[in-house]
Design a protein around this ligand. Structure first.
Ligand SMILES: Nc1nc2c(ncn2[C@@H]2O[C@H](COP(=O)(O)OP(=O)(O)O)[C@@H](O)[C@H]2O)c(=O)[nH]1
Ligand SMILES: [Mg+2]
Length: 451
């Protein structure tokens, strides 16, 4: 039956930084805008026509045109993006009959989920909850002990507190602990992320802020400390409120409006960088999946040690389909890509059984398929970004055939070391004319599932 009303879909695209959200959204829009059923197969859903870009009602706009232009013109990947942008469009979809669709894609950096623990709290409650959560967890306490000791001292110094807190957060980052809040320390508002190498501790603590900017940093204080230095506590409280207003409320409200979710995971990167990153990604996934559940805020409240239960009505009831995507599958030889899906399924197993009423899909995809299979099994052809000595090649250099030493396993190894697996970075393969969308894998199938 044809549907004559406009169907609305709001898709949250989530994943940690560098999992490919910007490239994914850019390529998907490109295929919608210049739809060709030979390149983008929507099956029984039919074909897309009458594509129109819309201005999202709120929030920063996802800069589709310039990302697309730049990739085609320079042959390089997009520059780092600011967080939380949106793209909206409308089109007709169908065969004999058409339905009107309005689609919004929202870019959600996974790192920001840690800040949901500030939702609906006062500065003092947030401080207490966070410090209590740290103290209750033996995995955390060793890393944060110097900060806890400092807060208990009689005279407090703002700069010293901020610096010590950031050192504590740095140790948590280096040990793959997920409770990093304010998350601007893990992902600055302009998209930068600190290195977790110990050599970089001093520069990271200087360059990354716990707050909106250098002059709006805040740290949690105990109730005793708040009482002993009310001026400092007032200052932190007003910065905390500003952060809630600027970062936390927009994030939560935006997520509440979504009805579909894409979760990107970069499995080649996880294999290459080692089991620590796997655990890190698993932690981030836990939060993302909780977001997909009906009782997002209640669950997160427990996780973030929120003392007060939320009023009824503050529930996530919207997300009905979640697509887990093993992104950048073109970094892996074609006949090993199904193994990525096995690894992806193993990662999401725990959370799915806890969730009801939501449809799940697991799939591998490349948003901009930049390699093809080579002559030898296990080899690929692409424009490698680095040569064998690790020197950067120019985007204009020729394609080359290269082999991968180790196959993608179909189950996670019990242990392995960084660089046991290596998946070389390649430059994007994307036609310069913007009306020719790039080759992709499975973007159409993902949309078929989500629409
Ligand atoms: N080979 C390949 N690499 C990709 C693809 N998508 C993203 N990348 C790589 O991942 C990096 C991060 O992508 P980006 O979209 O900026 O990630 P974001 O931080 O999640 O928005 C890019 O610079 C590319 O190196 C893809 O489809 N294929
Ligand atoms: Mg991005």
């Amino acid at each position: 039956m044809p549907k004559f009303y406009t169907q609305r879909r709001r898709i949250a695209v989530t994943g940690l930084r560098n999992t490919g959200k910007t490239v994914f959204i850019t390529s998907l829009i490109n295929h919608l805008e210049y739809f060709d059923p030979k390149r983008f197969d929507l099956g029984k859903l039919g074909i897309i026509s009458g594509f129109q870009e819309l201005t999202p009602k709120k929030g920063p706009v996802f800069d589709y045109a310039s990302h697309r232009l730049r990739m085609g013109r320079d042959g390089t990947w997009p520059i780092k993006t600011k967080d939380g942008s949106r793209y909206a469009c409308s089109f007709k979809l169908g065969g004999k009959w058409f339905s009107d669709f309005q689609l919004e894609l929202r870019d959600f950096p996974g790192e920001r989920f840690a800040d949901v623990g500030m939702y609906g709290k006062t500065y003092e409650v947030w401080s207490n909850d966070l410090l209590n959560a740290w103290m209750a967890d033996s995995d955390y306490i060793t890393h944060v002990r110097p900060y806890l000791d400092l807060v208990e001292q009689e005279s407090l110094d703002e700069d010293e507190l901020v610096s010590e807190y950031k050192h504590a957060l740095f140790r948590l980052v280096a040990n793959y602990k997920p409770l990093i809040s304010p998350s601007t320390f893990l992902l600055s508002r302009d998209g930068k992320q600190p290195s977790s190498s110990h050599k970089k501790e001093a520069t990271t603590v200087q360059e990354f802020f716990v707050g909106i900017d250098e002059h709006s940093q805040f740290v949690p204080l105990t109730s005793d400390a708040i009482e002993s230095d009310p001026d400092l506590a007032d200052e932190f409280e007003s910065r905390f409120k500003e952060y809630q207003k600027e970062v936390v409320y927009p994030l939560v409200e935006s997520l509440r409006e979504c009805d579909r979710m894409i979760v990107l995971l970069d499995i080649p990167m996880i294999l290459q960088t080692g089991p620590g990153t796997l655990n890190d990604s698993l932690e981030s996934l836990k939060y993302v999946q909780i977001a997909a559940q009906q009782s997002f805020l209640q669950e997160w409240g427990k996780l973030a040690m929120m003392a007060i239960p939320l009023p009824a009505g503050w529930r996530f009831g919207q997300i009905t389909k979640v697509c887990f995507v093993a992104a950048k599958s073109d970094k892996v030889p074609p006949d090993e890509r199904d193994n990525l899906v096995d690894l992806l399924r193993a990662m999401t197993l725990g959370s799915i059984s806890r969730t009801n009423g939501i449809k799940f899909e697991h799939i591998h995809a490349s948003a901009v398929r930049s390699t093809k299979g080579g002559q030898d099994p296990g080899s690929l052809v692409g424009r490698c970004m680095f040569d064998e000595e690790g020197r950067k090649r120019a985007p204009s250099d020729d394609e080359m055939e290269y082999s991968l030493e180790k196959e993608v396993p179909d189950d996670w190894p019990n242990t392995w070391k960084p660089n046991d697996y290596v998946f070389p970075d390649v430059y994007p393969k994307i036609p310069r004319p913007v009306f020719k969308p790039p080759k992709h894998s499975n973007l159409d199938e993902i949309l078929r599932f989500l629409l």
